[in-house]
Design a protein around this ligand. Structure first.
Ligand SMILES: [Zn+2]
Ligand SMILES: [Zn+2]
Length: 161
């Protein structure tokens, strides 16, 4: 006896030949089992979007719907959909509040700006040559006093330029 083919979705075994497998995989029962399987991993946001476009299934509400996930009507009650909406909303809020690297850097630079405020004053002198040099006229730029603001828009192309 050859090895039997086992369908994980349906938890069913049958003869392992192409015709049987094909027949099984095209069956309504298999399709439904497969969809039910994947429905477990669906994003609540996707379910919410899909379900809110469907009408409520009156047959399911009275416990008679045989279609399961294949049903074109919604099997979620308005209360369940509302609860799901809250869950999605809560999840989004939690995600946006999670500390990100960007927000951490932002916080850090704000803190630093507060601590080193005097240094951030652009008119502060960052370098001034000794008095014996500063009295010489037409000093080269490298020996002239340098203000913080001289650095503010400075974009070095390479060192020394
Ligand atoms: Zn199957
Ligand atoms: Zn239904």
């Amino acid at each position: 006896m050859g090895k039997r083919y086992h369908c994980e979705f349906c938890d069913k075994s049958f003869r392992n030949n192409a015709a049987s497998i094909k027949k099984h995989q095209s069956s309504l029962h298999h399709d439904r089992a497969r969809q039910e399987h994947y429905a477990q991993f669906k994003d609540p946001e996707v379910i919410l979007r899909e379900e809110s476009q469907k009408k409520s299934c009156t047959r399911f509400m009275s416990g008679e719907c045989q279609f399961g996930v294949m049903c074109r009507f919604s099997h979620y009650s308005p209360a369940q959909l509302h609860a799901m909406q809250m869950q999605v909303f809560e999840e989004k809020r939690r995600k946006t509040e999670e500390p990100s690297l960007a927000s951490w850097l932002q916080k850090r630079s704000t803190k630093r700006a507060q601590v080193s405020e005097p240094e951030n004053d652009v008119s502060t002198v960052a370098f001034s040559p000794p008095p014996s040099i500063s009295c010489i006229p037409n000093l080269p730029p490298s020996l002239q006093p340098v203000l913080i603001k001289d650095f503010a828009n400075y974009q070095p192309q390479s060192w020394g330029s």
